[in-house]
Ligand binder design. Structure first.
Ligand code: F6R
Length: 242
């Protein structure tokens, strides 16, 4: 694993933005894997700027997002479809039909997982997958205990994850209990992975990810086995790694 240490959240976002910009400039039909949450927001702001300045175009880019809550409509401000449109897609020249996010409002969740995998197979593999890191080691919504060989599936969210994400909802009761997520095996098929992490509260999780045992009890530890992973982390997030 390649670890890039930067000063703070802003420099983490810029470093990731530089990497993606140079990749997009030199690739004809890029396939990006994207994440939601607070961590990649700065990266998305920077990519919007680069596109609006004409440095890059997303016209031929295909995207796949990691996950979506079950039960929220795409126009619900807490859905990940809404998040991606609002924070990135609505401000760049991407074709919306080339953006793929699991549909959390279908009545047949298993069929939705299969459709998502089928599309990934047809249009993938993902060239670069952006990941954030959950406090409990989740990647996507693969909570501790998820088998490493899992494909896109429906998950029951951990109480700790619902608690952490309740900051976006008016109360914890409104946080969905289930989500659809790419599986760990699905994520590991990406050609390259860039994991972004910022802040002291993630320091223990980063330490386990980099130096801990590879175990399903800490899903992100599987990244030790991927041949092309870059962690872009700020000093606070790396503070427990000596
Ligand atoms: C989001 C996702 C999650 C987040 C993780 C960290 O699509 O898959 O794994 O990356 O929960 O979230 P933040 O960035 O809000 O700390």
């Amino acid at each position: 694993m390649n670890i890039v240490k930067v000063a703070n959240y802003e420099s983490m976002s810029l470093k990731a933005c530089e990497k993606l910009t140079s990749f997009l400039k030199t690739t004809d039909n890029p396939v990006l894997g994207l994440a939601t949450g607070s961590t990649p927001e700065g990266l998305y702001r920077c990519l919007i700027e680069k596109q609006q300045q004409g440095e890059i175009s997303f016209n031929n880019t295909t995207t796949f997002n990691l996950d979506e809550y079950v039960g929220l409509k795409g126009n619900d401000p807490n859905s990940y479809r809404y998040f991606m449109n609002d924070k990135l897609f609505d401000h760049i020249d991407i074709q919306l039909e080339n953006t793929h996010i699991p549909n959390g409002e279908t009545s047949d969740m298993n069929a939705e997982c299969e459709t998502f995998e089928k599309e990934l197979k047809e249009k993938g593999p993902v060239d670069i997958q952006i990941l954030g890191l959950g406090l409990n080691g989740h990647i996507g919504f693969n909570e501790p205990g998820t088998p490493f060989n899992s494909r896109t599936h429906v998950v029951e969210l951990d109480e700790s994850t619902r608690q952490a994400n309740s900051r976006f909802f008016s109360s914890i009761d409104e946080v969905p209990k289930h989500a659809i997520t790419m599986g760990i095996d699905t994520i590991m098929e990406s050609k390259e992975i860039i994991l972004l992490v910022s802040g002291e509260n993630k320091a223990e999780a980063v330490k386990k990810l980099v130096q801990g045992e590879v175990t399903e009890e800490f899903p992100a530890s599987i990244l030790q086995k991927h041949s092309n992973v870059t962690i872009i982390a700020d000093e606070a997030a790396l503070s427990q790694i000596k």
